[in-house]
Ligand binder design. Sequence first.
Ligand SMILES: C[S@@+](CC[C@H](N)C(=O)[O-])C[C@H]1O[C@@H](n2cnc3c(N)ncnc32)[C@H](O)[C@@H]1O
Length: 206
Amino acid sequence: MPTYPELTRKQIKLWNRNAGMYDLMSMPMEHMMGFGKARAKLFEGLTGKILELGVGTGRNIPYYPEGARVVAIDISKKMISKAEDKAKKLSNVVSFEVADVEELPFDDKSFDVVVATGVFCCVPDQVRGFKEAKRVLKEGGKIILLEHVRPAGLLGRIFDILDPIVSNIMGPHINKRTLESIKEAGLTIIEEKNIFSDWVKLVIAK
Ligand SMILES: C[S@@+](CC[C@H](N)C(=O)[O-])C[C@H]1O[C@@H](n2cnc3c(N)ncnc32)[C@H](O)[C@@H]1O
């Protein structure tokens, strides 16, 4: 068992605690903020070896392409166990592993695609996480992200004030400057689309 930094340990504790409630707790994100509709399209046409980071309770499992091989990781055993239950009914292309986005237990250049939905809001050192995603990606591969980020303007400043309360109770941070971290990790954004205002974004990077 690795020794995780304190902020990561805090995330593990929160997600193990919230695993039973997550599908209910995230309904507003799913149905009002575009996550549900957007996730259906993320895996369209993907083939080869796919890594899903922070699989959670397995909300993306219904969309895993039949011919692909998916490795799904999460830092929370309880979230993975929910995802495993879903996979038993919905997909036979996936295997699961408990792992940290910031320290992926995979060889360099071992995946064709890396996918993450609503994960980097929780990762303490986003840049390190994106560098890891870049490292395990094969030449010509891509990273597909559906993430909520710090919105611009007044709303962003309000999120800065609310963030300590939200993150302490739920886990996710609502004011992460994720696009900046992607670039800082040496990745290039090839597509960026607003899914819900400038708050929820679909980002494709390489
Ligand atoms: C908001 S949930 C999103 C779950 C799922 N991707 C979805 O779209 O519903 C965030 C997930 O990221 C996981 N997580 C947080 N920090 C992580 C890390 N450093 N490494 C791996 N997983 C992490 C949590 O355990 C949780 O399952």
